[in-house]
Design a protein around this ligand. Sequence first.
Ligand code: ZN
Length: 260
Amino acid sequence: MRVARFTQGSDPRYALVEGDGDGAELVVISGDPIYMPVQPTGERVRLDDDGVRLLAPVIPRSKVVAVARNYVAHAEEMQVEVPERPLLFFKPNTSVIGPDDPIVVPEWSQRVEHEGELAVVIGKVTKDVSPEGALAHVFGYTCSNDVTARDVQRSEVQWARAKGFDTSCPLGPWIVLGLDAEDLEVTVRVNGERRQHGSTSQMVFDIPYLVSYVSEAFTLLPGDVILTGTPAGTGPLVHRDVVEVEVEGVGTLRNPVLRR
Ligand code: ZN
């Protein structure tokens, strides 16, 4: 099942996505399925209709927790060690944008990079959950781009500015429920050219472990999001680029890049 959040110009609504490509339809549901049972309203909307726009499928209730250096090959290209424990940081919910929204490169960075990642959307209040119990707290999965001002990340000890600026957290295009996320390909393309590629099976710390570990530090709320780290191949984004993050079994998150 795929859950999307969309607008036709007024308030955001939720829908199940049926079909693919040109035939895809939105089966409108009443309310946010993270908080209430899925109930179709009877209305259907074609995804490619004029005026239909997908939004970030979730606005994290309280936080996006991200995991650094969770793929060995990415740690190697960054010339840093793989940490003994997951290395965590936050992205504020104001950094979230949806499919096709522009990533706006901040004036104060000369080097902004893409980091395609699998994102975990939390479905229940989660505190001190065991790895064995963790997946029962997952609502579903979506694609994310942990956009990073790499020059600022290198020059500042805290990563709040480098990784938390407005538009630095594209999410989408929808949330997939009931997916086995242990071995999914993660691919990033810029202007159609492949830049990043890996599999979630290459994570240093797997999803059950991460959810458990994060929940030992922070209470996770329904709608919070965990970004699970990026595979090798991160690289620069410049004005007018189009960046795509594709996660196998989920879909493709596409965003243009803008420098004002
Ligand atoms: Zn990242």
